[in-house]
Design a protein around this ligand. Structure first.
Ligand SMILES: C[S@@+](CC[C@H](N)C(=O)[O-])C[C@H]1O[C@@H](n2cnc3c(N)ncnc32)[C@H](O)[C@@H]1O
Length: 720
């Protein structure tokens, strides 16, 4: 199977995905398929007990979803699709079918059933091919198949289960978990197609397309007998099948006589061929169009335009008459004929895209500030405890004006932080989006609240003096806060109690997100004692002891910080973590086999880094380790750039999610972080080789680097 030709066979066809699942949408978009999404109205209420095997239930549900859309579109959308794709994913364990949990309790029951066991994930897929017939009837041909993947869950503790359930992720997912995000952390192994577990068996789908389009062109001709392919070879031949039109692939060529029960919308066993008489007087404009060009010959945006004009035909704005690769003819709703020059159209679309990018850059600060403000005013916490409030109610809760609250809530909706539900004659209701549930509630396990407030209260004022920072090459404390800061931590971060607490919360939230990835980056079994220099609240140290049962960690930090670390002690805190106060530039360092420097070196210019490294080197005997965790700039210093493939191959649950956001091409994140260090600390981000050079000057070698696919990377070096 050659992938591209398979997908490109669908070029120029109206392909419809009868599913609202964002995961299916992403999988199919990623392989370059162009399609419309028309979610099915089919209610998933088939009686499971009537099916001999769970996969038959998934396949039948997929078929009904796809057929419902295929039959609805000619009436409601005034166009007949060429292909409709339906899919249904279920999880089965102990003979039970698990679909989407209805509430947290249901999610708990499902996940505890899966804990420590292997289960099967089935996705049933239906491909409906629609053919207009001369007498305005439509033929529907049904191809269906399913894919099974085995997944084994680790033993899940109660804490882990509830932490996961409270993340909000299980609610819209079959079996109550999403393997592509946090749920990946629950999984011990996957046997079979990973994407099948995500929601769509892409490989099997492409093979079916290959069978349909590359091997049996006759089966697509109008009027040919319907074909139904099955995963299961044991099924028998339907009486209406025409073996001459079947694909040659024997494993898939058994024509299926549906063993599933008839459902209200099913015409099974003849479900695979449905004649539909169009009652609408006007046929879809897409069928009037003379398709003179293929999509490949036409610019992408022109193609989108053609599609959207077809789509809006029911709005009666304009009717597409004809197009070729340079001109498109339209008839407006008043009967006027119009011609559009597609080259000019392409140019104006490119200019618009560039302008959009520029607007994003120019307005980026407004988006950040809207996030900071909503977070500071506790909008996400309020909507977490009382989802579905309208703007007046939120205004009351956050003690703000209704007018201002309305603006803020709508801005958050446009940024994807909130969702709004329109209601007739009433104000819209608001609730947190998945993103807000995961990262913006203050009690979420991966809450970024602390870091967001740090950005708002400290980084924001400093950045308003960026020009001075660039001109002078110095931090901007005095200008932003009216105080000089000779010792940044003592004079700036820790000058006042609430400022210190805010800084510690920021470090804590980041360390909680990055800690596991850093702690598990290397095999540390040869080290028994570690010292986390500048270890702050101990969040990173707790991750190290969790990951390495034989390791004890001493957190070494300034006295004012250690005094307050009790606030951040986790409920299940490990007594292998202890705290020692001191100044790492002046005082003797605690003895250890391994020293950890997480986000420490970037705070300082080279001369201070040398002072600190030389103290560590003095404390180390040969064989001691030094683990540095920072964002490593690419060697060309444009930002960390790692392939998405690498990220996916790691498939370490939540890490993959972050990796996708950060690593899709070059991100400006690290370079911006360097500006941040300039305005805040006069430190800087460095490349791997810069760190390696600094370390080698103090007797550390045998360097190994791991890009963790999280915010921080890790490097370990050994004292020679
Ligand atoms: C950027 S924070 C990093 C915190 C932690 N390692 C992490 O990754 O979340 C820097 C830490 O270094 C500590 N620190 C700064 N100067 C120090 C010094 N002279 N001696 C000991 N700790 C210091 C700060 O108190 C703070 O906790």
């Amino acid at each position: 199977m050659v992938l591209n030709p398979v997908i490109s066979k669908l070029t120029g066809k109206l392909v419809v995905l009868a599913s609202a699942s964002p995961r299916r949408l992403e999988i199919l978009t990623n392989v370059g398929l162009r399609f419309e999404v028309v979610p099915s109205w089919f209610k998933e209420t088939l009686d499971k007990s009537l099916f001999k095997a769970p996969q038959e239930y998934a396949v039948e549900t997929a078929k009904q979803k796809a057929l419902e859309v295929a039959k609805r579109m000619p009436f409601k959308h005034l166009k007949t699709p060429d292909i409709v794709i339906g899919a249904d994913t279920i999880v089965t364990v102990d003979g039970l079918i698990l679909e989407k949990p209805v509430d947290k309790h249901d999610a708990y029951k499902m996940l505890s059933r899966l804990s420590g066991k292997e289960h099967s994930v089935f996705t049933g897929v239906a491909i409906v091919l629609c053919h207009d017939k001369e007498n305005e009837e439509i033929d529907y041909q049904m191809i269906d198949f399913y894919e099974e993947t085995k997944v084994k869950f680790a033993d899940l503790s109660e804490d882990m289960l509830w932490e996961y359930i409270n993340s909000g992720e299980p609610m819209d997912k079959a079996g109550g978990y999403g393997i592509q995000a946090l749920g990946g952390m629950l999984v011990e192994y996957v046997h079979g197609d990973f994407l099948n577990v995500v929601g769509f068996p892409l490989n099997h789908f492409c093979k079916q397309l290959d069978l349909i389009y590359n091997r049996t062109p006759a089966s697509l001709d109008q009027g040919s007998a319907p074909v139904s392919l099955s995963h299961d070879r044991t099924e028998t031949t339907a009486p209406h099948a025409n073996p001459a039109t079947e694909p040659s692939h024997s494993a898939s060529s058994a024509v299926k006589q549906s063993s599933s029960p008839p459902s209200p919308t099913s015409s099974s066993p003849a479900a695979s061929q449905v004649h539909h008489k169009q009652s609408s007087p006007s046929a879809s404009p897409v069928h009037k169009v003379k398709r003179k060009v293929s999509e490949n010959e036409m610019g992408e945006s022109s193609w989108t335009l053609v599609n959207s004009l077809s789509k809006h035909a029911d709005g009666r704005q304009a009717e597409l008459q004809e197009f070729d690769d340079s001109t498109l003819s339209l008839k407006t709703n008043r009967g006027h004929l119009m011609e559009l020059n597609l080259m000019e159209h392409e140019d104006s679309v490119h200019i618009r895209e560039d302008l959009l990018r520029m607007t994003e850059l120019m307005d980026g600060f407004k988006a950040s500030k809207a996030l900071f403000t909503a977070s500071k005013m506790r909008v996400f916490d309020v909507l977490h405890s009382r989802p579905g409030l309208d703007a007046t109610q939120v205004a009351h809760e956050i003690k703000a004006s209704v007018k201002g609250t309305e603006c803020l809530l709508e801005a958050c909706v446009s940024l994807g932080l909130l969702e709004s539900k329109e209601r007739k004659y009433q104000k819209p209701m608001y609730e947190n989006s998945d993103l807000a549930r995961r990262f913006l509630r203050s009690d979420a396990p991966l809450s970024l609240q602390g870091y967001i407030q740090h950005c708002n209260e400290l980084v924001w004022p400093l950045f308003s003096h960026l020009e001075s920072a660039v001109r002078e090459g110095t931090n901007q404390y005095e200008k932003a806060f009216g105080r000089k800061s000779d010792d940044l931590f003592q004079d700036a971060y820790y000058s006042r109690h609430e400022v210190k607490l805010r800084f510690m919360k920021a470090m804590h939230s980041m360390a909680k997100i990055t800690g596991k990835a850093v702690a598990t980056a290397f095999d540390l079994s040869s080290f028994k004692t570690a010292c986390d220099l500048g270890g702050c609240t101990g969040a990173m140290a707790y991750e190290f002891t969790k990951a390495h049962p034989g390791l004890s960690v001493t957190v070494f930090d300034l006295p004012g910080v250690v005094d307050m670390c009790g606030h951040f002690r986790p409920r299940d805190a490990d007594n292998r973590v202890s705290f020692v106060t001191g100044d790492f530039f002046k005082d003797e360092l605690p003895k250890a086999d391994l020293y950890i420097l997480a986000r420490i070196l970037h705070d300082w210019p080279d001369e201070k880094v040398h002072t600190l490294l030389s103290k560590i080197s003095d404390a180390c005997t040969p064989g001691c380790g030094l683990l540095v965790s920072e964002i490593f700039l690419d060697e060309d210093r444009r930002g960390p750039c790692r392939g998405l493939l690498q990220a996916l191959s790691m498939s370490q649950g939540g890490a993959v999610l972050v990796a996708e956001i950060m690593l899709d091409g070059r991100t400006p994140y690290a370079a911006l972080q360097s500006l941040n260090m300039l305005a805040q600390t006069e430190g800087m981000e460095r490349t791997e080789s810069q760190y390696t050079n600094l370390l080698s000057k103090h007797g550390f070698g045998h360097v190994r680097v791991v890009h963790t696919m999280n915010f921080l990377d890790a490097l370990i070096a050994i004292k020679i």
